[in-house]
Design a protein around this ligand. Structure first.
Ligand code: SF4
Length: 440
């Protein structure tokens, strides 16, 4: 009788959305009795979940596949880069199988071929919340796949297809399972969180006999009853985003909005095929802050988009000055194979892109600095992420894991990940805060 328990390794690259795919694959593997190997050595096969969004991410994925082939030899490729099977096989002919994003069935089929499962019903137990790659106290929850927008720099709609939302009842059930398993913070992710449910005409869905519309507002409202921190990521600036701001003010969801504006110049936004009324947007941002003064607005921008002039760039800086955003990420435009923007005239020189990136980051750093200094002396709710010999490290409601700042509470060794405590900020630098506990 075969008693070898098959072990599978997994390398997860790319964005939080890809992480969710990896978590689903891990859940399936564990449900079928596979063990997860933490290293190449000893793994019966290795799954590489790739990212193909921009050329540098593609290169990283190709390198990861190469490394897994060298170190282990049995490699199953999945994820965004997997849509280009020919390209992968040309560089790495030795891979066992290639599949695209969220093709869990194909991945499992390839795993079965590489190393058949050991059937043991007692091992098939799996916690309802699945297996998570993130620490236990926070989890990414994917609410939809795909996107109906046509931003010219982006190939996600052609890779991931049109928007397909999960019914609200299903998402709420998953959130409930996560909360029951000890998760304290849920990060809603998708390609376009604001469009959630539009493909289903916002249909009603059942959650314990209660009807909930499959719509961002209704989902957030219902999640607010589950007593977990709910954070919104990747929200396209639709007008109805305004509706969720009162939910933030009421404390139902976190006062945090990750809303990629990409640019401010109306001319560039038009070339990007993105909504172009940034003056109106400034008014909306002002109103959001009136309704919810605590709100943290995070956004990302692209500099060096084809046709961007010095005037367009200065318009962007001027807009940032007025918008006073709390957190800003910036990317230099990179041509992505298959993107419509590649056909636009007037590409921007690499050194000009670099200069503009530096100027924008420095400009925003000054805005952020002022905002951070204004936090000193204030008290924040902080969720603890880790505790080491020096003390505890956590985040405020305005800080998403991995991308925003941290709060250091030196000397506090009795806390544990997932605790939510009150911290008075005593010192702030760049994006981080140092502080001490205050009584709740
Ligand atoms: S909304 Fe986001 S995912 Fe959709 S096309 Fe635009 S950038 Fe791509």
């Amino acid at each position: 009788m075969n008693t070898h328990i098959p072990k599978i390794g997994i390398v997860s690259l790319g964005c939080p959305k890809a992480l969710v795919d990896s978590e689903r694959i891990l859940t399936r593997l564990r449900a079928e009795g596979y063990e997860i190997s933490p290293s190449y050595e000893g793994a019966d096969a290795v799954i590489v979940n790739t990212c193909g969004f921009i050329d540098s991410a593609k290169q990283e994925s190709f390198d990861a596949i190469g490394e897994a082939l060298t170190e282990n030899g049995k490699v199953i490729v999945t994820g965004c880069l997997g849509v280009d099977e020919d390209g992968i096989r040309e560089v790495h002919p030795g891979v066992l199988a290639v599949s695209g994003p969220h093709q869990y069935e194909s991945v499992m089929e390839a795993v079965h071929q590489a190393s058949p499962p050991l059937h043991n019903p007692h091992m098939d137990l799996i916690p309802a919340e699945g297996i998570k790659l993130t620490p236990r106290h926070y989890a990414y929850l994917k609410i939809s796949e795909g996107c109906n927008q046509t931003c010219t720099f982006c190939i996600i709609p052609s890779m991931r297809g049109k928007l397909r939302s999960r019914p609200a009842g299903e998402v709420l059930k998953e959130a409930e399972n996560l909360a029951l398993s000890g998760v304290k913070e849920i990060l809603l992710v998708s390609q376009d969180t604001g469009a959630y449910g539009s493909d289903l005409r916002y249909e009603e869905s059942d959650f314990y006999g209660k009807s909930v519309r499959t719509k961002m507002y209704d989902l957030c409202n219902a999640l607010g009853d589950q007593k977990v921190w709910t954070r919104l990521h990747y929200v396209y600036p639709y007008p109805h985003v305004d509706d969720v701001i009162p939910l933030m003010a009421e404390g139902k969801i976190l006062p945090y909005l990750d809303i990629p504006f990409q640019h401010a110049s109306p001319r560039i936004l038009k070339l990007m095929k993105r909504p172009g009324n940034q003056i109106e947007l400034l008014e909306r941002i002002k109103k959001w802050r009136e309704i919810c003064p605590e709100i943290t607005i995070r956004s990302t921008f692209v500099v060096g988009f084809p046709g961007e002039t010095e005037e367009d760039f200065e318009y962007l800086l001027d807009w940032l000055e007025k918008a006073q955003l709390d957190r800003v990420g910036c990317f230099k435009y990179e041509a992505v194979e298959g993107a419509a923007a590649n056909d636009l005239p007037d590409p921007v020189d690499e050194d000009v892109k670099e200069q503009r990136w530096n100027r924008l980051m420095e400009f925003q750093r000054q805005i952020s600095d002022e905002k951070m200094q204004a936090k000193i002396g204030k008290v924040f709710d902080v969720i603890i992420d880790e505790v080491d010999e020096e003390g505890a490290v956590g985040r405020t409601k305005g800080d998403a894991p991995e991308i925003d700042g941290e709060v250091y509470i030196n000397g506090e060794l009795d806390l544990k990940p997932g605790d939510i405590v009150k911290v008075k900020a005593e010192h702030a630098e760049d994006y981080d805060i140092w502080g001490s506990l205050v009584d709740a």
